[in-house]
Design a protein around this ligand. Structure first.
Ligand code: TGC
Length: 398
């Protein structure tokens, strides 16, 4: 049997990375191959999230790895992106776990928390001993967080939160939730202007906090997304994140998670291309390998182009992030492109695999199904098109 060449050897992407970055990538690739790939088809089939892997991810340094101090690895943005890529080459659900824990929940505490809050939560989260979630999206729709109806009311020395959240990753197994709510505080002390959106650190054991896993998902089945009900959740005054007032707070965390997706989706795309390429060499039809047909080669060439362009774009955005100049519009370019192209690559790979491509003997349908979630969360295609439309024209079309 002939084996397909490694795609990254064709393009020599490694040459653009530092030794340390290559080390992170190798570690994540090893983790994905040894700990996730052997069990992922079974877990996807059985809707099982293997939470025992969480401390292993922590021990590997992948949780909040772009943050400094508090037990975090302090790695660069490109290193973090490469880890996202390798984990999502195995399954989007596991890259999503790392994103929710590190880019959303930990980033919120790291960026906006008090020193006390950081000391209390971040080391345990970095080690994978504590799980966090990020409760922004509400049941009436995720694209418009400005329509948020969850409310935090000030009562004496306490905050009381009422409302509901939906599609919140990990909430049913999380120890702590970062909950975004509109403040009702007549004194104006806790909000910039009336009803500002603020973040609250909510231990999930608090009375009135209920998280229920959403069933019936045909995507990201090896991962957990939840409804949250907040019914008179009482918190001490210091549960508020002091450093964020207004929607720029949660959006600042979405930027981090969207950045990880730019890389991660290219991992899923690479996985699809690899199996299609391998199959094109090993499977014979009409007396020759299917890869010897011009139409198959055209598909492979186009898939390869988009994987390479998307990965180079991710690297460029990573270098901008490391330089501190990455803008939300640039992140939108990457998120929109990576996920859209990854989906197209998954669909093309499926055609090369023929009928067998619809089975779980190959990862392609799983990636395609997962990528439908990735396309929708952290800003849909349409949201990112409109962010770019506004950046190009100066006109707001939301
Ligand atoms: P607007 O309401 O006018 O602005 C509010 C404030 O936010 C600022 N801002 C940003 N800041 C940092 N980064 C960004 N990317 C920002 N985007 C906006 C803005 O400057 C303003 O600041 P200030 O200080 O003036 O108050 O909002 P807009 O018109 O800029 O944005 C509209 C729109 C549609 C782009 C925005 O609402 C949006 O991005 N919508 C999509 C939201 C989204 O991605 N939702 C999905 C979240 S996924 C999730 O919650 C689940 S997490 C995964 C899991 O748990 O599994």
């Amino acid at each position: 049997m002939t084996t397909a060449p490694r795609i990254d050897q064709v393009f020599d992407f490694d040459a653009l990375l530092t030794e340390e970055e290559r080390g992170w990538q190798q570690k994540a690739r090893g983790f994905a191959q040894e700990r996730i790939l052997p069990i992922i088809e079974e877990d996807f089939e059985n809707k099982h999230f293997r939470k025992e892997l969480i401390p292993e991810l922590g021990a590997a340094g992948f949780l909040g790895m772009h943050l400094k101090g508090y037990g975090c690895a302090g790695a660069g943005a490109v290193a973090y992106g490469l880890v996202c890529l390798e984990l999502e080459a195995a399954d989007s659900g596991w890259r999503t776990f790392v994103s929710v824990q590190g880019s959303l929940a930990m980033s919120a505490i790291y960026k906006y928390g008090s020193e006390e809050q950081k000391q209390q939560w971040l080391p345990g989260m970095a080690a994978g001993e504590l799980v966090g979630c990020f409760a922004l999206t509400e049941p009436q729709g995720g694209s418009d967080p400005a329509a948020m109806s969850t409310v935090a009311r000030r009562e004496g020395d306490e905050w009381v939160i009422d409302g509901a959240k939906r599609w919140i990753g990990l909430a049913a197994l999380a120890d702590v939730a970062v909950v975004w709510a509109r403040v009702e505080d007549p004194s104006g002390e806790y909000g910039e202007g009336a009803r500002a959106v603020r973040g609250f650190i909510v231990p999930t054991s608090t009375a009135g906090f209920t998280a229920t896993a959403i069933d019936g998902k045909l995507s990201m089945r090896a991962s957990v997304q939840c409804d949250i009900d907040l019914d008179g959740v009482r918190l001490p005054a210091d549960a508020i994140l002091p450093g964020a007032a207004g929607l720029s707070g949660p959006f600042g965390c979405l930027n981090e998670a969207r950045y990880g997706i730019v890389w991660g989706a290219m991992g899923a795309a690479r996985s699809c291309l690899e199996v299609a390429l391998d199959r094109s060499i090993t499977r014979e039809v009409f007396g020759k390998p299917i890869g010897a047909n011009q139409l198959t080669q055209a598909k492979l060439a186009d898939m390869f182009l988009e994987v390479e362009k998307g990965t180079l774009l991710a690297l460029h955005l990573g270098r901008l992030k490391e330089a501190g100049t990455l803008t939300p519009a640039q992140i939108s370019v990457g998120k929109l492109n990576s996920v859209r192209e990854a989906l197209e690559i998954a669909h093309q790979a499926r055609t090369i695999l023929g009928g067998d491509g619809i089975t779980n003997a190959f990862p392609v349908m799983r990636h395609a199904a997962n990528l439908e979630s990735v396309r929708t969360y952290e800003g849909t295609d349409e949201i990112h098109q409109l962010i770019l439309g506004r950046a190009l024209t100066g006109l707001n079309a939301f």
